[in-house]
Design a protein around this ligand. Structure first.
Ligand code: SAH
Length: 226
């Protein structure tokens, strides 16, 4: 996968890709992440990427021209499957959306800032808009990092234990069962006996039952979905 992230504040998004799983995914050559400073595509003398809103009101708006210049340049280099704008009124990110995106090859993530982008960017330049939840962030960088993380860890080869993404919450419409590690007893708090039994079939059955019980208790809405 090739991921281009367009932002006017590159430093805000660098660190999530410089550690742990996302760093390893790049080192293994499974994904390339390119963080692009939108200012490079600004045309004005001061390299500004935002301007006052027509009609007045508080807050700046990201201009279409630098964004169009940037996206046009990127499109001249490769064909994109998706050009995604991070937006609080976009479709809410879900695990199944992450699964779908993990199969794509080339993706652009456009981070908004201030009041957001000129509406014409949304009308003419992006293919999809994704929200990470019903709250407002200061910028799209954290949202882009969340989307990228959720997607990249699903690409085969990224996680060392390939089955581990499959047993995560939401992957099968259920939340994950509880997990334990040593010691088997701590301050008289014990690990469930079955997990120490070595009987794999019983363990799998217990985990499945726990998943269902937990989903009923914590996320009954997941069980109502068709
Ligand atoms: N005025 C806008 C919010 C702008 S917030 C509104 O009320 O809808 C600034 C930028 O942060 C947005 O352009 C978007 O890119 C990003 N952002 C904020 N909240 C987000 C969310 N929940 N999901 C994804 N991106 C978000």
């Amino acid at each position: 996968m090739h991921l281009d992230i367009i932002t006017c504040l590159p430093r805000l998004i660098e660190s999530p890709f410089s550690d742990s799983i996302l760093k390893r995914a790049q080192a293994k050559g499974i994904v390339t992440v390119n963080i692009i400073d939108l200012r490079q595509y600004a045309t004005s003398k001061h390299r500004s990427t935002d301007d006052y809103a027509f009609g007045g009101g508080a807050g700046m708006v990201m201009m279409i021209e630098p964004i169009d210049n940037c996206i046009s340049y990127l499109k001249s280099q490769r064909a994109y499957d998706e050009i995604i704008y991070t937006s609080p009124d976009g479709t809410t990110l879900t695990q199944s959306m992450a699964n779908e995106l993990s199969l794509k090859k080339n993706i652009i993530l456009l981070c908004g800032h201030y009041k957001g982008v000129d509406e014409r960017v949304r009308e003419h330049l992006v293919t999809r808009e994704i929200s990470i939840g019903d709250y407002v962030l200061s910028g799209g960088e954290l949202a882009a990092a969340v989307i990228a993380d959720a997607v990249i860890r699903l690409i085969p080869g990224v996680l060392s234990d390939e089955t581990s993404a499959l047993s995560d919450s939401f992957q099968d419409g259920l939340v994950a069962p509880p997990v334990y590690t040593r010691p088997a007893e701590y301050k008289s708090w014990k690990v469930p006996e079955v997990l120490l039994s070595g009987h794999q079939a019983n363990i799998e059955e217990w985990r499945h039952d726990q998943s269902i019980e937990r989903t009923k208790k914590r996320r009954p809405d997941l069980l109502e979905k068709p």
